[in-house]
Write a protein that binds this ligand. Structure first.
Ligand code: PHE
Ligand code: ZN
Length: 853
């Protein structure tokens, strides 16, 4: 029987015991791996009688204290714990366990990915390897010996430095590793397999040589170069930006096909979803190249923000994740266009995080109650967490922020600390008062920032009001410390720029010496993660689009304008869009801005972004309204879309800023043009002539979204060409699931039965099931409820196979309150069915309870 007891932040207690050193030996075998753990343990709390170790799915083979077998009366084993009665205050504990990696489809603990052994320990997977104090504030020095068959597993890897290696009888061999940095067990890793190895090196600013090693499946070596280049850039950037230097002689990355998440920052031995390592010009998109660099950066930056300074407990997850996402965002901004990156971050936040924060699983960036920790690797902890760090950066300024980071490391290097410790370091180093600011850590929900303007006697008045949603415990939302960056535009010129700090429910600022009421550009660079409520005329929005200095504001004004009309069409589908919209849009084409930015300006708010703005909306009305605006624009401005499409056809593929921007702009235009029958030959032509995955997929997406006649042939051709490249076939499954066709449900059944489909591979499951429910809103939300039923059925299967993946894929169903009542009823019915599953996992249980409460 699964234990459904929740844990609370307020219950935190320091560990009764410490573990100074742990020595692990792995005798790897598919269904019966033997793990021997030898720990030096010390009682820290004299009143503590029992030593209670965590352990799940383990077979206990033997148990020794100071090399003496422990009689059975001195310990008790349960499904989740090993409790020991030991009187000594310091002792050596040796535990032998047996585990079954081959049948571990949860991909937590030790599992097999293809032919390789691999571990995943964050958050609480180490307890599936051996009995241990599986909590991040228990830090130990690890040494590891890995033993396996030499022919099948020539590479045996673990954290730290290699100390010994050699052959053993029966065709086996071993390798020993020693990690000099004490760490919590969630950062432990072992990998064994047969790989191709890409070697590189990096010289640190203190002139030490670091060996860089990237392990990929045989045959994939040519696809690892971009990852290697990204790693070197990350290492240099962290030295130059934060003065942070790498601290071991070797840095290894292993790419695996079976992985629940993006990647994992295990000390010195990162394990990556192969999707964030492998790329070449033919098989990867521009977005893939970009994401690889970002994720490599993210994991590398964890070496300091996460590993050297780690979390005291899992409620503090945002201490490392929010901060590290902020760091990877800054890195990407420095490597590419800062405004375009900012726009992408904001789109993600508005489309997905706002929905999470308005849904049943809403939680503060530092949660207070957790049933299954894996459920808290969320957009809120990561993306909103990064916004909170960004606000500190904005309030302090870059120089003081850096001083705060320096103090944070000076104080806490080698320790497991809290979010409060971080804020206090920031405040102490800068002299900036962050007491009120801390509320961002314990309040959930997206604040609404309302803007009122007044003008009289040459005085401009700006009143900002914040409304914070009530909290889960019923308490009211309190006022937060919100940095609001503004620009005031007069005569088409920014004449004032200021950072306002809203620290109470409502504040008014006055600005003197204006002849006319200025035009306001608000939330420059999206200075706070809030929803904006403001009434600006089309004329004002057009002024901001054209004349604000801040690029984010220029882009956002266009989005606001479009959103207003999408809303009008949702209210009344016969609403006539004004021709002035065409003039405003034409100005985007005519402006002298870079192509990537233009592409973002031409892209309408997404389905999710619109849903986040309207209570209990009919999803089909949203789909139709967005399509109507798009059709209106392309019908009125066909020539501009066509010219821009043709002008930006690049020659042979290259991944460079300039060309990425060109392709993005060209493909946005194609997506508009594909709505017009007489233009659809362009889609076919691009599919046939493309030499790169970005253009191929853009054409395919047009075919799928409009259900063009050529889609079937294109999908077939694509499948034939790419059937043996897993990452590309993921894209194929995604596109097929996105087909906007009344036949979609029979297609989905065929896709599920496809020989290359398997729910056991998370990337595959996400590409088919996830993409259908997120990117095919017309059919996911179809009135019959078939879309919801399809998702629920797959979740039921995944509950047994991989609870983490099941729990992520259920997101669109638990957010049912965003939609109209008929949909709510249908979605609820599916959720209720799921509650009756036998062997319901903690992961799903927590979400179902929250959703149906
Ligand atoms: N810590 C990883 C990251 O953010 C994410 C992760 C969490 C991976 C849990 C696996 C399991 O980089
Ligand atoms: Zn991370």
């Amino acid at each position: 029987m699964t234990d459904f007891t929740a844990r609370y932040l307020s219950d935190y207690q320091v560990s009764n015991f410490s573990i100074a050193t742990v020595d692990l030996t792995f005798e790897l075998a598919d269904t019966a791996t033997i793990v021997t753990s030898t720990m030096a343990i010390k009682r820290e709390n004299k009143n503590a009688k029992q030593l209670v170790l965590d352990g799940e799915q383990l077979k206990l083979v033997s148990l020794q204290i100071n090399q003496q077998d422990l009689p059975e009366s001195y310990y008790q084993v349960s499904d989740t714990q090993l409790a020991l009665d030991i009187s000594a205050d310091e002792f050596i504990l040796t535990i032998v366990t047996e585990i079954d990696p081959l049948n571990n489809t949860s991909l937590e603990g030790l599992f097999k990915s293809g032919g390789a052994f691999c571990t995943q320990c964050e958050a609480e997977g180490f307890r599936r390897i051996t009995y241990y104090l599986d909590r991040p504030d228990v830090m130990s020095t690890f040494s590891t010996k890995v033993i396996a068959d030499k022919k099948s597993y020539p590479y045996l890897l673990s954290n730290g430095n290699k100390t010994a290696a050699g052959d053993l009888p029966q065709g086996k061999h071993f390798t020993c590793w020693q990690d000099p940095h004490p760490k919590p067990c969630y950062l432990f890793a072992v990998v064994a397999g047969d790989f191709d190895l890409l070697e590189g090196s990096f010289t640190t600013q203190d002139k030490r040589n670091v060996a860089l090693e990237i392990f990929v499946d045989k045959g994939n070596l040519p696809k690892a170069h971009h990852a290697m280049a990204s790693l070197k850039k990350s290492m240099l950037w962290d030295e130059e930006t934060f003065g942070l230097v790498y601290d071991l002689d070797i840095y290894m990355i292993v790419a695996v096909d079976f992985f629940n998440m993006g990647a994992m920052e295990n000390k010195g031995l990162n394990v990556f979803n192969s999707k964030f390592v492998l790329a070449d010009n033919e098989s990867a998109t521009d977005t893939d190249f970009f994401n690889i660099e970002a994720v490599i950066g993210h994991e590398y930056f964890h070496n300091w923000t996460g590993n050297r300074v780690t979390c005291r407990d899992w409620f503090q997850l945002s201490l490392k994740e929010g901060l590290t996402v902020f760091r990877d965002q800054q890195f990407s901004a420095d490597m590419h266009s800062a405004p375009v990156n900012r726009i992408k971050n904001v789109r993600l936040l508005r489309s997905k995080q706002f929905a999470e924060d308005a849904g049943p699983m809403a939680h503060p960036i530092r949660p207070e109650k957790v049933l299954e920790m894996n459920n808290f690797y969320t957009l809120t902890v990561y993306e909103k967490g990064a916004e909170v760090i960004r606000m500190i950066n904005t309030l302090l300024g870059a120089a003081k922020f850096r001083k705060g980071m320096d103090l944070y490391f000076a104080r806490f290097d080698g320790m497991a600390v809290t979010c409060d410790d971080f804020i206090n370091a920031m405040s102490d180093a800068s002299g900036v008062d962050l007491v009120l600011f801390k509320a961002w850590y314990h309040q959930s929900g997206t604040p609404i920032l309302s803007v009122e303007e007044g003008f009289s006697n040459e005085q401009y008045q700006l009143t900002l009001t914040q409304t914070n949603p009530s909290q889960k415990d019923g308490s009211e939302g309190k006022a937060l410390h919100i940095p609001v960056a503004i620009e005031l535009i007069e005569n088409n010129k920014v004449i004032r720029r200021q950072l306002l700090e809203l620290t109470s429910e409502q504040q008014t600022w006055t600005f003197d010496n204006f002849v006319e009421k200025p035009v306001l550009a608000v939330l420059a660079d999206f200075s706070a993660p809030v929803k904006l409520s403001i009434n600006q005329t089309d004329q004002e929005l057009a002024t901001v689009m054209a004349f604000a200095d801040d690029e984010f504001c220029r882009w956002d004004a266009g989005q606001q304008l479009m959103l207003n009309y999408i809303k009008a069409l949702i209210d009344d589908s016969s609403f006539a869009l004004p021709n002035s919209l065409l003039t405003t849009y034409q100005a985007i084409f005519d402006a002298n801005t870079d192509n990537a930015f233009k592409a973002e300006q031409l892209s309408l708010p997404s389905f999710d972004e619109v849903v986040a703005e309207i209570a209990q909306v009919d999803p089909i009305k949203v789909v139709n309204a967005i399509a109507a605006v798009k059709l209106f624009l392309v019908t009125g401005l066909t020539a501009s879309f066509e010219k821009t499409f043709i002008d930006n056809k690049a020659s042979a593929y290259k991944y460079s800023g300039e060309e990425v921007g060109q392709r993005a702009l060209k493909n946005v235009c194609l997506s508009y043009l594909s709505l017009l029958e007489q233009q659809q030959s362009k889609v076919v032509e691009q599919y046939q002539s493309s030499d790169n995955m970005t253009d191929t997929l853009a054409a395919l997406a047009c075919s799928a979204d409009n259900n063009l006649v050529d889609l079937a042939g294109q999908l077939q051709h694509f499948e034939q060409k790419w059937h043996s490249t897993a990452l590309v076939m993921d894209k194929w499954f995604s596109l097929a699931a996105q087909q906007c066709s009344t036949n979609i449900f029979s297609s989905l059944d065929r896709l599920l039965a496809h020989p290359l489909f398997s729910l056991k591979n998370p990337n595959r499951a996400r590409s088919l099931v996830g993409n259908f429910s997120v990117n095919n809103p017309r059919y996911f939300h179809c009135q019959s409820g078939q879309g919801y039923q399809f998702l629920a059925e797959q979740i039921a299967l995944l509950n047994e196979i991989n609870p983490q993946v099941a729990s992520r894929l259920i997101t669109p169903l638990i957010q049912f309150r965003s939609f109209d009542l008929p949909r709510q009823k249908l979605m609820r019915a599916e959720l209720e069915k799921l509650t009756t599953l036998k062997n319901l996992s903690k992961d799903l249980k927590e979400k179902l309870d929250a959703a149906l409460a």
